[in-house]
Design a protein around this ligand. Structure first.
Ligand code: FMN
Length: 400
């Protein structure tokens, strides 16, 4: 793909983006973060990271020493899954591949934090039925949309609001997955409580209609997420634990800015995390999905929610924050965010198409455009074949 011609690059080498910072136990040399990016190249059956290409993909994106990489989302257990080509970290076969990926990232002097995933009602109902698994959510049959309802009906499976025992089992699965990550050599883990997956389905009243201690109030809807945080912190330490939240997300039927009470939910969760921090258990970082992107599956700028900001986070949380959302094409916004000394910046789509993104940001080099159809294609095309800037120039892309 040629360079993005509409974009005027700006060198960020002399900004805080290239000042070192310690995150958990990781001494970063820059503040660029590879945002979590599901790429659907894992092998089925078994949800095993791709044995041919995954090491190379992460190798290419960790070449600048001292960079923080969050992996694609990783299923904590088979029951938490529901996509055939996303990876897990519960089996020995999966762990063997992750060990190779993490070792390669470390060989490059960079750091890796897997993102722990539980799909809930975002799972494909037909996969859950085929594999004899439950089709879980916070509540029974509160559908994301009519299409999914139809699919579940055709597959012959009901959406199931999980019981308290099933919540307890999932917490054990999160803990085991976090331990497995550390055993494989990861520097920490990120809990995925964003983008309408199971933990987010508990946080949002649109999907959480429970009447037990996990629903009905802000405190109750936050309980599952906070129990997962506490259990993982007990198992691997707060300095190895991070969390992703998306207060304005509408993807997957979540309320986003349309529910005026929702920020109170997030302010509560972040307040509870700050309380734990004051008591000696500060998470390594919060990863906040900015309202600049309400859905990464449309083009940059489309669907941005401009009626709210994430400034409230900084009034509550005094630790490190990763901010993500349409920053590659907006160095002016990046510079504004970087004025805060505890801020790192996450990059998604343009890190797919620019494996050497860190160097391009440092020097203000042009960015290669991405090929959206191959985001989720089972191919090495659009995965490991994006050139570095120097390679692209050799290919004549600067003249196209
Ligand atoms: N966000 C997650 O939290 N977990 C994921 O696994 C994940 N997968 C993604 C896969 C693709 C192909 C894309 C485009 C986005 C994904 N996201 C995921 C969201 C990104 O992490 C990021 O927040 C979003 O793309 C906005 O950043 P950007 O504007 O720099 O792309």
């Amino acid at each position: 793909m040629p360079f993005n011609k509409d974009f005027k690059p700006v060198a960020l080498g002399d900004t805080n983006l290239f000042k070192p910072i310690t995150v958990g136990n990781c001494k970063l040399k820059n503040r660029v973060v590879l945002a979590p990016l599901t790429r659907m190249r894992a092998e089925h059956p078994g949800n095993v990271p791709n044995k041919k290409w995954a090491v190379e993909y992460y190798d290419q994106r960790s070449k600048t020493p001292g960079t923080l990489l969050i992996t694609e989302a990783v299923f904590i257990s088979a029951q938490a899954g529901g996509y055939d080509n996303a990876p897990g970290i519960w089996s020995e076969e999966q762990m063997a591949e992750w060990k190779k990926i993490f070792a390669k990232i470390h060989e490059n002097g960079s750091f890796v934090w897997p993102q722990l995933w539980n799909l809930g009602r975002q799972a494909f109902p037909e996969c859950m039925k085929r594999d004899g698994l439950r089709y879980d959510s916070a509540s029974d049959n509160i559908w994301m949309d009519d299409e999914v309802k139809e699919k579940a009906k055709n597959a012959g499976i009901e959406q199931h609001g999980i019981t308290e025992d099933e919540i307890k089992q999932y917490i054990k699965d999160y803990v085991q997955a976090a331990k497995n990550c550390i055993e494989c050599g990861a520097d920490g883990i990120q809990i995925h409580s964003a983008n309408s997956y199971l933990l987010n389905q508990f946080l949002d009243p649109v999907s959480n209609k429970r009447t037990d201690k996990y629903g009905g109030s802000i405190e109750n809807r936050a309980r599952f997420t906070l129990e997962v945080v506490d259990a993982i912190v007990d198992a691997i330490g707060a300095e190895r634990t991070a969390i992703r939240l998306s207060p304005y997300n509408t993807f997957g039927g979540m309320s986003g800015g349309y529910d005026p009470t929702l920020l109170a939910q997030y302010a509560y969760v972040i307040g509870e995390l700050e309380k734990r921090a004051i008591n000696g258990k500060r998470l390594a970082f919060l990863d906040i999905f900015e309202p600049r992107v309400s859905n990464p599956f449309v083009d940059e700028g489309v669907g941005a929610y401009d009626q709210g900001t994430t400034e409230f986070v900084f009034s509550i949380w005094k630790g490190i924050v990763v901010r993500t959302g349409n920053l590659a094409l907006h160095p002016e916004v990046a510079k504004e965010y970087l004025k805060n000394k505890n801020t790192l910046l996450g990059y998604g789509r343009y890190y797919i198409s620019n494996p050497d993104l860190v160097e391009r940001l440092r020097k203000g080099l042009p960015l290669s455009s991405y090929d959206r159809p191959s985001f989720y294609a089972m191919s090495d095309k659009g995965y490991t074949d994006y050139p570095t800037y120097e390679e692209a120039v050799k290919l004549g892309w600067d003249k196209e």
